[in-house]
Design a protein around this ligand. Sequence first.
Ligand code: EPZ
Length: 410
Amino acid sequence: MRGQVRISGAKNATLPMLAAALLTGEECALVDAPRLRDTAVMEAILTSLGVAVHSETDGEGRRVLVARAGSLEAWHVPERLVGEMRSSIFIMGPLLGRLRRARISYPGGCAIGPRPIDMHLRGLTQLGAVIRERGGYIEAETPGLVGAEIHLDFPSVGATENLMMAAVLARGTTVIHNTAKEPEIVDLQNFLNKLGARIRGGGTDAIRVDGVASLGGGEHTVIPDRIEAGTYLAAVGAARGEARLENVIPEHLDAVLSKFGEAGLQIHREADALSVQCGRRLEATDFKTLPYPGYPTDLQPQATVLACTARGISMITDTIFPSRFTQVQELRRMGADIRLEGRTAVVTGVRRLSGATVSASDLRSGAALVLAGLAAEGTTVVEGIHHVDRGYEEIESKLAALGAVIQRLE
Ligand code: EPZ
């Protein structure tokens, strides 16, 4: 691999911010919003609720997604859209805040294991929502949300975002404890505060929201996608060579850069870019996913691929989504030596993987299989590439710009 690539705006920052646009009747503009299947689904959900959504291009060629929830017509999110993406559950908070009611079917999502929403529903109930679950739908309504003291059992990203957004228009103060600290949550806080919200503590384990009567409009540039950046770092580790990644916030990848460095990747940080080089076989390295700032679960499949051809035995544990190893049986078809023990993959490095036809079942394991194909001898066909398109903008053209021989088969 040799070349440079620009990292897109973060999918997992854009999705909650699109949901947050429901909280105001004014125009919201998200600069550098990525063109992805997941963001397209969220746009369709907003449109189905009566939100005017369109995209423009700014002077630097970046996409600007503009949403204006002037007069919401509906509070029921159609099942066909919710089923495509689990993240749609955080529509509930803004809908309850703005319309005092919401109705969505049980969210669908990836094949990475059960995706409960108990913390979302418990927190919304504490804020004064009355929630009924029946016939595969969740219906919520409230005479008006009231600030509360909420303790999350686990620092859930989605629950933190959902409850933050619900609290913005609630009467009084809300404090959410044991919150997730991901950069995307800080980005959501900054965006909401630009609209007139009063939120503090994003990025720490306690977030305070002082309710306001209403929000205005505003423009916000989405932070770069740290998971996409980590995926391209792993691509160089898998296929060897060097690359320069532009539009990166290196601090958002501290744990990733540390582990990839331990494995043998040479990474140089700049203010808003990363240069990465890999000239030799990587060393076996243990990975354990944790809530931010720990190593992210969304880069666990990519780390598993690096371990497949590293020297020695690597232990890869996913504490967030214990069954997020759908890529393992596909990698075995390519010659990988991997044993699953509960939530840990024990990977014994082999010299090289061999090309094969493999199938993706979720967006991150799909991306990992593409990386494995870059590292393997011969040709690899990754089926189910639509999963990858949920979270990676133009993956084949970005990888081709780095020298990969890759094409999309219609
Ligand atoms: C967000 O999902 C991300 N999605 C995921 O990225 C990411 O893997 C995950 O956070 C962890 O970092 C978006 O931001 C859109 P969680 P989310 O709530 O919010 C359990 C990708 O590849 N849990 O932090 O759904 C849950 O089952 C996607 O871009 C409950 O038990 O993750 C999981 O084990 C995949 N009850 C753990 O918490 C709840 O009410 C972490 O989930 C909520 C979550």
